[in-house]
Write a protein that binds this ligand. Sequence first.
Ligand code: MN
Length: 200
Amino acid sequence: MAGPDTLDDYREKRDFARTPEPPGEHGAASGLPIFVIQKHEATTLHYDFRLEADGVLKSWAVPKGPSTNPKEKRLAVPTEDHPLDYAEFEGVIPEGSYGAGPVLIWDRGTYRNLTQKDGQEVGVAEGARRGHISVWLEGEKVRGGYALTRFRTGKGEAWLLVKKDDVEADPGRDPVADEPRSVVSGRTLAEIAAGAGHSR
Ligand code: MN
């Protein structure tokens, strides 16, 4: 992994003797970059949207989850970089630990980076610093172009996740409401919570 270790925040927030989450000791994967969307019932329910970039998962918490309707803007709050192997995590973060609650792999797949500035390709990690990322997702539930764009608020900054108007756009779908289960195990969050200890 090149450059500074951006997983310091991630590790500082967690006690790996207590939580089944990975400490992130494994290096970068090969092949196409991956994305994952993890449904996480912590203090509040949200969807963690993560894109592989520079050997880590760039991460945003999306309270309402992604939409397939280009007219729906979804708030996306940046969170700390996560290790690549976090994309495999599904299970229960125990009481008393950071982010306590069940997590399921709501969608996953590979993506292509479409981020540009003045006609030049911009890497996703660079796009995260500059405040704009454009990707094409190849997931099981969520596909096609999505834009993540930073904006300023009175309190600081936030981002919006918006579906691009392309062949995969579909205002008639609502995968967050209609497709709640894990794409890996088929379980719901309640089933994962009930099977605490049975993490994978
Ligand atoms: Mn989360």
